[in-house]
Design a protein around this ligand. Sequence first.
Ligand SMILES: [Zn+2]
Length: 279
Amino acid sequence: MDPSLNHLISQQTNPSSSRGGQHNDNNSGIQDEQVLMLVFRSMNFDPHVVSIAACVSRRHRAVAKRVLWRELCISRAPRMVTDLSSGAPVARSSSIGGGWHALAKLLFFCPGPGPGHGQAQGHFVQVSRFSKTSGKSFLHKKCWGDLLYVSDPCEHPVEGKEEDLGVYRGVFRGFMRSKTRACLISKQVQLESRVRCPYCGARVWSMTAANMVPKSASRRLGSYEEGLQYCVCVNGHLHGSCWLAHLSDDDGGGDGDGDEDGEECSDEDEDEDDGRIAF
Ligand SMILES: [Zn+2]
């Protein structure tokens, strides 16, 4: 018999032979996982520390991928995660569209203004408020049955511009079965060739190019309609930007010319806070 096969058989029948070596055996994996979970729970899954831990070693990255990112999302945004999981409690083994790592990043990371505005770098955000009421303002009227969470815009000054660039992000529930996706596909909207999702790296549709940006989006953001744009990736992550009107502007708070697209955000109430996330 080939000696290398002998070696394999002895490893399989005698698991201790791999202990202390390069290979992960199950026990040490579980121990690592349990210890790491306790440590991270004690610090309420600080996203900075989880990010650093995920870079420390292959084993830590695997544990982060398997449990830490999901636990971070559940611990920091419980109601939002429940909503995104179709209202069901999140099972330990459950997955989420685009992965938990991408959702965790979305909760805490602003992608920044992007290279088009001279500043490509994103950054961690101290506090974010995600709201599904806000998300509804970003849905085409035909797609109101979808559930979308959108954050408040993060304000970025841009050199040579009077207005600030507002950068916001969001996430759909069950994007694969959403009306928005069905609409994009039935309209045969092409995926963008140069833009990728800052959260999962997947390809994106420009909702501006798809002509699916409702007027309610700029009203919701308090921004100019012109220059407002957002993209949605094939996993249902949204990122976009707008030019923010200064509060001192005369009609900044007004709703302008009525509700011809039928926006009704009557429930701008406490449910706004269900996605408030802070370090
Ligand atoms: Zn994505």
